[in-house]
Every structure is written in C-alpha cells, then in structure tokens.
Design a protein around this ligand. Structure first.
Ligand SMILES: [Zn+2]
Length: 569
C-alpha cells in the first residue's frame, strides 16, 4: 500500500506527474475494511496537490508580470485543475458506495453526490476554457496603472487620494481609476460575453435550465434558493436604503456640498486629514498583533505564528494582483494572507478580515479529512466579518493605531461601510441573476444598461449626473462577477450573521467569542444553519430582522459620533 503522505508534488508539476497517484487510488480494490485507509490516502494526496497549486497561485498573484510564474499558474488553472476535478468526481463515485460506513462524512458526501450528479465529461474543456478566460481577466486588471503626477500608480494605490480633504484630488483619483477600467472596457466586455456563453452552455450540458441553477447546485446551496436571494434584495431596499439615505444626508451636510458625488463617499467628513493607521509594514503587523492579543490568546498565537512563518504578503506593489485574499496550505495546515496595504484605514479592516479566515483555518486543523477542513463561503465570510467587528473596539492606542477621536471616526467609517455594502451586495447578486437568466441573450451594451438600472435601484442618494460611463466601470472592476460568478450573496448573509454575533459581543463578549470559535471549529462537518446557530446567528432574508440589525448599527454610529465630538473637545 502506498503511503500518500510521502508524495511530493512540485509547484511546476504537470498532469502526467500528478495523474498516476490518482490512478492508483482509482484502481485499488475497495471494501469496508480498507475504505478508511483509502480515504486517508486520498485526503493526504489532495492536500499535497492542492498545496502545490496554491503555492503556484500565490507566486503568480504576487507578481502577475513574471512570465514564468504565469506559465506555471496557468498550467495548473487550465490544464491540471479541470482534469483533477474529473478524477476527484470519479473517486467520489467510488466513495459514495461506502456512504453507510461513513456517517461522520455525511455533509461532505452530500456535496460529493451533487458533484457526481452535475458532472459531465463534455464540460471539462469548458471548465478549462473558463479558467483560461478568468486568468486573462486577472491579467488585464492586475496590470492596470494610472499616471499620477508623472508617477505610475496601481489602482489600489489611488485609495489614499479618494480620502483626501481636497475634493478636486478625490475627483481626479475617482476619474483616473474609472478611466483605467473604461480603457479596457471593450476587451473585458468581450471576454465576459464569451464567459457568459460558455457558462450557460456548461449549465445546460449539466441538465439545468441556466447557469444560475447550476451554480446553486455547484455551490452546495442546500439551505436557500434563488427566490430567497430575491427576498434578500427586496429586504435590503426596505430595511437598509432608508438608513443609507440618512447617512448620506448627514455626510452631505458635514462636507458642506450641494450633492454627494461618487468621490465624496469615502472621505471622513469633519477631519483635516485622512486616517493614517501606520506608515510601515512592521508597525502595521505589531499593531494587529496587539489587537489580537486583546481579543483572545489562542487567536493571537495563530497570528504570531503567521508572522514567524512568513505567511503574510501585505504591501501593495506594482504587478501584484489587486485585492486581498486568505488561502490555505492544506499540507502544512496553515493559511496565507495576501493584500495590498497602502496605509489607509481599510487596510486595518482587511487584515482583520483575512485574519478571521486564517483563524478559521487554524481552528479546523484537527479535523481528519481535508475536505471537511473547509466550508461554504457563507460560513467562511462569517469568520472574517466577525473578526473585523471584534477588532474594532481595540483600534485605539496604546493597543491599536489611533487616538481616541480617530478610533471613533474609524469605527463610524467601518459601520457605515457595512451598511453601504449590503445594497452593493444585493446589486451585484441581482445583476448576476439577471445575466444568466432573463438577460442571457443580452449584448455587452445591454449589460451596461442593466447595471445602471440596478445602480439606480440600489445606490440612491449619490449624484452621478454626467458620470454614467464611470458608474458602469464599477462592474468591470468587480472581479467576482468575472472570475467567481455568484460568489457575492454569501457576503450579505455572512454580514448579517456577523452583526448578530457583534450584537451579542456588545453585551457578552466572552460568550460571543466562545460561540464564534466553536462554530469555526466545526469546519465543514455541520450544515450552514447549524454553524450559524452555534455562532448565535441565523440566515437573514427578511426585512424585519434586517431592520433590527440596521437600527442597532445606526444607534452605535450615533453613539460614536457623540464620542468623537466629546473626545475632540
Ligand atoms: Zn473574505
């Protein structure tokens, strides 16, 4: 019997090097007596293979301009992953025959059963083509730079200018960022057009009416439906938009402007300067460490380990893929955090967010099989969004980064962002529902028009007069729509659950933290409603619950405004 844990798969592996290990698992005779040993080998092999892929992905996103890294990553994405998916489905079919012997794997087997049901060999080339197109989107957007006073800047590096006190500076940054995407509009629009067609064909091939229904199955959405998402969109309109209009009106008043332009949405009103939490990466790390030390010794230990093991790539650099992520190195049992920090308050939230994902990885480490050391995005984003909210009370010096006033301002900012995020989530989700159902015959121009219509619905109170093109550019920038379709409503469901945990934490922090850690430790061994319930939360699609949570956030914002004033005095 081969010992899978000894297998070594290099980053630069080819399918020919990987396949024999899976073939051996495929051909090994199975019975109730050896199924566990086979499972251990399968899980260990998947760990090693996934880790090689993840390392190649990290390398590539760290420098999208490096041709060799790109070749290696693309080989994984376009050649190996689709074939890997196929063989894993075949192995899954074998596994399902022993389901009666594996009650501890029930949740995973339910997912596996779905994989087997929706798998079509005819779709493997489509999946490869999609991986290729998605990598192309990353390449186009990762390479975007703008000229700022003769200096090339990445799109994330424009962020500080969007927070500038000077309205003209903000406007220029906004217009430059939009223009960078508009310049690539045709290229991205054509690419997306082809992606939609390929995804639609893939969904149909698998026996679904459209790619949306296929995606709900492929994403194992057993606990909510497309109709629930529609309810979510409507509830956001009823429960969240009125609060946002109130916040916008207050902002408009404080800024002393006639109408709020899109470049007025991020600046902190009533302040001379934007918040500057840190100026060097070591300062950033040390501050984050002190915050986690205050939250929980175990979680703080995880973060210290990440620093020691060099599992953080935080600063923005040219060529680096935009955005942030936390990924897992399943063989090592450790996470890796990637982001584009430029010294703004968002960076603090992003690091707290990605650290929440990282802590989830550590807490799941004791679970036996790799496939159970993962969850759907709803539970994953709960881990991260709760961490942002738990970190917030500690951002004041000497623990955190800010004076008392700045800490209050930063918390107001964060809570406002949470509320403003909800209609954006509804908008991105509604857009995708339309794209893959009623809008399936749409042209690229139709999609832009639909986006504008949805922005009107979900983004009231902002004056976009004469800025339609810039408003349209927003969806070209929303990478999820292009590269991970239908991954967005999860943020909304997780955010509303996170607010429930936050509400508990404000009354009983120890209990909220204990429940949070217990929920994360389940990994994928429980259903989504069970994980949420353990954390003290539920799935929210209705406006009644949303109204309660929004009211609590608004009340907290009002409190913080008073605090900020008193402390400034
Ligand atoms: Zn996340």
């Amino acid at each position: 019997m081969s010992a899978r844990s000894d297998v070594v798969i290099p980053k630069k592996a080819t399918w020919a090097e990987v396949a024999p290990f899976y073939d051996e698992l495929r051909n090994r005779p199975l019975n109730a007596g050896n199924i566990r040993a086979w499972l251990d080998d399968f899980s260990s092999l998947d760990e090693v293979v996934d880790e090689a892929y993840v390392l190649a992905m990290i390398d590539y996103t760290a420098d999208t301009g490096d041709a060799e890294r790109e070749v290696t990553y693309r080989r994984w994405a376009t050649e190996i992953l689709p074939l890997l998916h196929e063989i894993r489905v075949r192995l899954g079919q074998r596994l399902l025959e022993f389901a009666d012997h594996l009650p501890d794997l029930a949740i995973f087997l339910r997912e596996l059963e779905t994989d087997v049901e929706i798998f079509r060999a005819e779709n493997v080339p489509r999946m490869a083509a999609l991986e290729e197109m998605e990598a192309t989107y990353d390449k186009i957007t990762g390479g975007l730079t703008v000229d700022w006073d003769g200096e090339p800047k990445t799109i994330p590096e424009l962020q500080p200018y969007l927070l500038d006190r000077d309205r003209r500076v903000r406007e220029r940054a906004f217009r430059l960022g939009s223009a960078a995407y508009l310049e690539k509009r045709d290229e991205i629009a054509n690419l997306f057009h082809e992606m939609v067609a390929t995804r639609h064909a893939l969904g149909r091939e698998a026996g679904f009416e459209n790619f949306r229904d296929y995606s709900f199955a492929a994403k194992y959405r057993f606990d909510y439906s497309a109709d629930d998402c529609m309810r979510f969109h409507e509830a956001v309109e009823v429960a969240v938009l009125p609060a946002i209009l109130r916040l916008h009106e207050e902002r408009r008043r404080q800024l002393g402007v006639d109408s709020l332009k899109p470049w007025d949405l991020q600046v902190q009103p009533g302040r001379d300067k934007r918040l500057t939490p840190f100026s060097t990466m070591p300062e950033f790390l040390a501050g984050a460490q002190r915050i986690f030390d205050r939250i929980d010794p175990e979680l703080a230990g995880f973060f210290r380990q990440m620093i020691d093991h060099r599992l953080l790539d935080l600063e923005s650099r040219q060529g680096k893929s935009p955005g942030g992520y936390c990924t897992r190195l399943p063989k090592r049992g450790e996470p890796f955090i990637f982001m584009n920090a430029v010294g703004v308050h968002d960076d603090v939230n992003t690091l707290a967010h990605e650290s929440g994902h990282a802590f989830h990885t550590y807490l799941m480490r004791p679970i036996r099989y790799m496939w159970q050391r993962t969850t759907g995005h709803e539970a994953a984003e709960l881990a991260s969004m709760v961490m942002e909210l738990l970190a917030a009370p500690h951002i004041e010096k000497p623990t955190g980064f800010y004076s008392a006033t700045d800490a209050a301002v930063a918390q107001i900012d964060h809570l406002e962002d949470i509320l403003i995020g909800l209609p954006h989530i509804a908008c991105v989700d509604a857009f995708q529902h339309w794209i893959y159902t009623d809008g399936i015959e749409a042209s690229p121009a139709d999609r832009d028009a639909k986006w504008l219509e949805l922005r009107e619905r979900f983004e009231p109170g902002v004056d976009y007069t004469g800025l339609d093109a810039e408003r349209v550019s927003r969806w070209y920038r929303q990478s999820h729509i292009h590269t991970i379709p239908f991954y967005y409503i999860e943020y909304g469901l997780a955010q509303l659950a996170a607010l429930q945990v936050w509400r508990r934490a404000r009354r009983d922090p120890a209990d909220a933290l204990a429940r949070y850690k217990a929920a994360l430790s389940f990994g994928g061994t429980r259903t989504l409603p069970e994980i949420f319930a353990t954390a003290g939360a539920s799935l929210v699609f209705d406006s009644v619950t949303m109204v309660e949570l929004v009211a609590e956030v608004e009340a907290r914002i009002a409190e913080l405004r008073v605090e900020a004033k008193q402390r400034a005095a």
